[in-house]
Ligand binder design. Structure first.
Ligand SMILES: Nc1nc2c(ncn2[C@@H]2O[C@H](COP(=O)(O)OP(=O)(O)OP(=O)(O)O)[C@@H](O)[C@H]2O)c(=O)[nH]1
Ligand SMILES: [Mg+2]
Ligand SMILES: [Zn+2]
Length: 374
């Protein structure tokens, strides 16, 4: 009688298993090696076959696109499968309108019906990070824009459409909260007049001084696109920003073969037309992945306690240790280093304003604020 048999590999790759006839159990691990049936008993063989069948139908992949109830998932072998979730599927701790987001790693089982193979998602792997915002209509609920990303590029245009500093700052506070690198791309520089270009310079100076890399680009003429590609190489990135700032145009400029749909902004309202409706990830030809996302209208930050908001404004946080009170919120406290720096012009008025708005839970301003120079 054999006590244990080790399956050291199998055709479907990355599985290994230990089968014990003594305990009537089959234990398997995921790793890479070769199947060995030597010395098997009938019983163990039967167990192995059913185990392999089970493993063969069980896949792991990454969500590339989500269109409501269906998810496009790329398996580890590189094939795409259309998958869905069966029954209730909740992720602990996150009340989001979407249970799964682009970038999520999932396990799924394959099913065949009418000669079509689809998948049923069974498990989501823990996320390294995610970008989340409050849903526009359901302010208590949140929407996960994308997960497991290395960096975010926030596309900004000054007036077609306008991007306000309150929006930029809310977005950056969220990337800080999840420790995701953020880069600011000032797009459409080809159409900027002198006054607009001055604002771009001023904002670039401000955000560079805080530590955010800034680039002035044109997705249309190709200006600085190579620099963007260099920053993207070897990483999974996401393009974010208001509708009409040129996210999809930039993806097309970087990878012309993709031909993603783009649309001119409305002349009358100077707003984009919400052309991209679902986030989608693309593999690029130079070792990079990009997630194109739908335009964001407003960006409500999620789950920030008042005492932690300054953690997500690096230049304010750096001053905090010089405040008289260790729990200073930099509002009306005496001997506050942040307020002092604000008076001296060392902290930008627009950044401080964004900070106080988040602190006060002021969720309306992110839709209405104007750009205000310091
Ligand atoms: N002049 C100029 N126009 C640009 C540039 N980049 C994009 N556009 C134009 O801006 C309009 C909107 O571009 P899209 O790429 O559809 O914008 P988007 O950010 O993907 O918008 P949504 O999908 O709605 O979120 C299109 O008419 C583009 O041709 C640029 O660098 N310069
Ligand atoms: Mg788009
Ligand atoms: Zn203070």
């Amino acid at each position: 009688m054999i006590e244990a048999l080790v399956i050291t590999s199998c055709a479907l790759a990355n599985c290994s298993a230990t089968v014990s006839s003594k305990t009537n159990s089959v234990v398997f691990f995921i790793s890479k090696v070769k199947l060995d049936f030597k010395g098997r008993t009938k019983y163990i063989k039967k167990k192995c076959v059913s185990l392999l069948r089970y493993l063969k139908s069980r896949m792991t992949g990454i969500v590339y696109k989500s269109t409501g109830s269906w998810y496009s998932i790329k398996s580890l072998d590189g094939d795409f499968y259309e998958c869905r979730i069966k029954g209730k599927f909740r992720i602990q701790g996150i009340k989001s309108t979407n249970p799964l987001a682009v970038g999520d790693r999932v396990d799924f089982d394959l099913e065949t019906s009418n000669n079509t193979q689809t998948g049923v998602i069974t498990t989501i792997h823990p996320r390294n990070n995610y970008i989340v915002r409050k849903s526009v209509n359901l302010s208590k609920q949140t929407h996960i824009i994308a997960s497991n990303i290395d960096q975010v590029f926030l596309l900004i245009t000054i007036d077609s459409p306008p991007t306000f500093t309150s929006f930029i700052d809310r977005f950056l506070a969220t990337t800080e909260a999840y420790a995701i690198k953020a880069v600011l791309l000032f797009n459409k520089v080809d159409v900027n007049d002198e006054a607009t270009q001055n604002i771009v310079h001023e904002l670039s100076e401000l955000y560079e001084s805080i530590g955010y890399p800034c680039l002035s680009i044109s997705a249309l003429t190709g200006e600085n696109i190579e620099a963007v590609k260099t920053l993207m190489t070897g990483k999974s990135s996401m393009f974010a920003g208001h509708s009409g700032v040129g996210k999809s145009t930039l993806v097309n400029a970087i990878e012309p073969g993709l031909n993603i749909k783009t649309k001119e902004i409305s002349e009358q309202h100077k707003q984009g037309q919400h052309t991209t409706t679902f986030a989608e990830m693309f593999d690029l030809s130079f070792d990079a992945r990009i997630i194109d996302t739908p335009g964001i209208k407003g960006f409500g930050v999620v789950d920030m306690e008042p005492a932690e908001v300054d953690h997500y404004f690096p230049e304010l946080f750096a001053l905090k240790q010089s405040c008289k009170f260790h729990n200073c919120l930099h509002l009306h406290e005496p001997q506050c280093a942040v307020k002092l720096a604000l008076e001296n012009g060392e902290v930008s008025a627009s950044r401080y304003k964004s900070y106080t708005q988040i602190l006060e839970g002021d969720d309306e301003h992110y839709r209405t604020d104007n750009y205000e120079p310091k």
